[in-house]
Structure formats: structure tokens, C-alpha cells
Design a protein around this ligand. Structure first.
Ligand SMILES: [Mg+2]
Length: 278
């Protein structure tokens, strides 16, 4: 087997784990987007997957007995906009509250109470953002997010603190429940209870996957890592405590991981190889 220049930088235990996915019947490759496929940028609308990762994902998507999926906190609409995945790649948005599992997928519909709560929290967080230069509000299908990546650290901390209070007050005035999660320089609120672990379980059941590879960088991805079992592989991107078994330093190392997975699974689908379905 040829070893690419990129791959030479991967940890040998990670390489061995990825190679162990050769023999599983059906592999689900599920990836977070921001901070995993795409390096962070100040404006969430400008985020794009690294070209090498996007290309490797498409090659994986084309393989038999592999399903690819994006699992993001973004709304499905926003995820589709920035990631523009090929038609084979499934999508979980809003941390699991929104699902695109093919052309017949039903959109998420909020009830009147959820709509009122979403409007109130949006207005509250927009006021907070207006007082904190560099912070922006992202309105999603089922929630609203305060991003502080563009603010100075001091202003960002203050924005998140005030945002949390404002969201709680909005919930108290309109009626909840509102679900609030802290991420990296974000305050993520949603009116629909969901997490990435549930999203992965939906994908696992839908695809009949016999093993799951999941990569993510943020605290909300820990719910995904917690949902993994024996034979699955969790890959944490970047620093921070994690339940994942493996880690790479940044999104820049992900192409090598995906390329190795693609090669391992290509060999699997060739007749006469171990694990072949022939
Ligand atoms: Mg992320």
C-alpha cells in the first residue's frame, strides 16, 4: 500500500483504527462541518470545507457500502448553503432536530409556542449583539445562535454572559422550554430538544451501518462521541477534553484521514480482498 505524504503525519494508532473499518459491512462516515471539514472564519456564511476534504468526502460517498453524512448545529438550509454536498450525502442539522435522509424527508415544523419563543429569543439576542461589536446573531430553523468569534475576548465573554441571561428572560416571559448550549465562542439556543448523539442514532438506524466514523471539534460533538460503541471510531479535531478515542490537531489533517478511509474501503470493495462482498 502506498503511503501518502499527508498520511505519514497521522498517529499510528489512528491509522490502525481506520484500517480496522475495512471489514465492516456498511460504514457510516459522519462529519461535523465547522471546525472539522471547514476551518473557522469570523462570518459563518463564509465557511467552506477544505477542498481536499470535500473531494475525499465525495469519493467516499461514491463507494458501495459507505454512507456519508454531515452532522451540524447549523440549520439544514445554512448547512446546504456552505457545504453544498453531493446528493448522496445525508444531512443532520440543528444538532439533530432537522434531518435530510433523502428526497422524501419531511421538514421540521415548529408549533405556535415554539415559534413565539424563537421570535422572543431572537429579538433578545439581537439586542445583546447590538451592544457588543463583532458579535452576530444567526437565526436557524429551530433556534438562534449568538456568535462572538469576531469580537475581542473581553467583549465576547460579556456578550455570551448577557446573551445567556437574555435568553433565560425571554424563555420566562414567553414560556419554554428553551435549550441552551455553550460552544466555542457561541451561545446556541434551540426550541427543539435534540443532540448530535440522537442524530447519529437516526443515521445509524436509517443506513443500517455496522460501524460509524464520527469527527467533530466542539462540545456539542461530545454527544456524538458518547453515542459511539465498540467498533466505532470517534475523532476529535483540535484541543479540549473529549470522549473521542482519537485526535487530530486541526481541520488541515482531516483530508489525510478521509483519504485513508477512502483507500481502505476501496480495497474492501475490490473482488478477492478480505471483507469483499463478492
Ligand atoms: Mg464544529
Amino acid at each position: 500500500m502506498n503511503t501518502t505524504r499527508h498520511e505519514a503525519n497521522l498517529d499510528s494508532a489512528l491509522i490502525a483504527a481506520l484500517e480496522s473499518l475495512r471489514s465492516t459491512d456498511h460504514l457510516l462516515v459522519a462529519l461535523d462541518f465547522d471546525g472539522t471539514l471547514a476551518p473557522f472564519v469570523n462570518d459563518p456564511a463564509e465557511a467552506r470545507a477544505l477542498p481536499a476534504s470535500a473531494a475525499a468526502l465525495e469519493r467516499l460517498a461514491a463507494l458501495p457500502s459507505v454512507t456519508t453524512a454531515l452532522v451540524s448545529g447549523r440549520s439544514l438550509a445554512s448547512l446546504r448553503e456552505v457545504a453544498s454536498p453531493g446528493p448522496r450525502t445525508l444531512m443532520i442539522g440543528s444538532h439533530g432536530a432537522e434531518q435530510w435522509l433523502g428526497p422524501n424527508s419531511q421538514p421540521l415544523i415548529l408549533d405556535a409556542g415554539q415559534q413565539a419563543l424563537l421570535a422572543a429569543v431572537t429579538a433578545a439576542l439581537q439586542k445583546v449583539a447590538a451592544r457588543h461589536p463583532g458579535s452576530v446573531v444567526e437565526v436557524k430553523t429551530a433556534g438562534v445562535v449568538l456568535h462572538t468569534r469576531g469580537a475581542t475576548p473581553e467583549v465576547g465573554r460579556s456578550a455570551l454572559q448577557e446573551g445567556r441571561i437574555a435568553a433565560t428572560e425571554a424563555e420566562a416571559s414567553v414560556g419554554g422550554p428553551l435549550y441552551v448550549q455553550d460552544g466555542k465562542e457561541v451561545l446556541d439556543t434551540t426550541v427543539v430538544r435534540a443532540d448530535k448523539g440522537e442524530g447519529l442514532e437516526v443515521l445509524r438506524a436509517h443506513t443500517g451501518a455496522t460501524a460509524v466514523f464520527f469527527a467533530g471539534d466542539d462540545r456539542t460533538d461530545e454527544d456524538g462521541f458518547a453515542a459511539l460503541g465498540p467498533g466505532d471510531i470517534g475523532l476529535k479535531v483540535g484541543e479540549g477534553e473529549t470522549l473521542a478515542g482519537f485526535r487530530i490537531p486541526s481541520p488541515e489533517e482531516l483530508p489525510a484521514v478521509l483519504e485513508l478511509l477512502q483507500r481502505v474501503r476501496s480495497e474492501q470493495s475490490e473482488p478477492g480482498q478480505p471483507g469483499s462482498e463478492a
